[in-house]
Design a protein around this ligand. Sequence first.
Ligand SMILES: [Zn+2]
Length: 255
Amino acid sequence: MDPRLPTTFGEGYKSASQKARRITEPWGAENLYCCACPNDQLSAEKVNTQVSDFLCPDCAERYQLKSQSKTLGGRILGSNYQKMIDAVHGNRSPSFFLLHYQLPEWMVRNLLVIPRFAVSPSVVIQRKPLSAAARRSNWTGYILDVSLIPPSAKIPLIVEGTAIPHQTVREQFARIAKIQTLKPAQRGWTLDVLRCVESLPNEVFSNDEVYSFEFELAKLYPGNRHIRDKIRQQLQVLRDRGLLRQPARGQWQRL
Ligand SMILES: [Zn+2]
């Protein structure tokens, strides 16, 4: 992977975001690869001018590239909330490549992929309409809250300028893919519990340690009065998918 972005593609564009898109799209077509299968070449899709889309011609996995000059990890802006949330519920959302470039050098510093099945309805947050015209048309954008996605589902391809081997990336992608058979609405709970489990300091932990997230989860699911039952159920789901091991009753181990 060449970390230098081809700046010649951005000549003549005044807006920084437009320029960034013109530059990162050809870089993506040259350097991005499929994380879901062994194919090293993605094709760029010109569906519209809003986003950069890529498709794997071998396995049909779809990707959307989003780039920013700020460090990754917080919130990513998206365009059409309704379209995105419908896509998540319908299992049609793309996987996301998130690219962080450094200015003024226009060098790729960090790149990660978020598999589509790690994007649950609860991480797609509706924005308030910004203009009167947008309010009239009922059109709102969305925020992808990356902080709510489990760390192991934010898979690095480039870390501070250093590329991670394709094989490693694909193994991590396949690990998270084990939850893709769950329904999108159900996956939200599974991913939230996985995120809690991954923030615990030790690989081996007890039910009680996961219950310490009860308050946080209750805020995400205000209608649910049985948070502890739900936590235990999701720990079993994660165990059945091979993401956790259960050495003893009430005891768990991250895999
Ligand atoms: Zn593929």
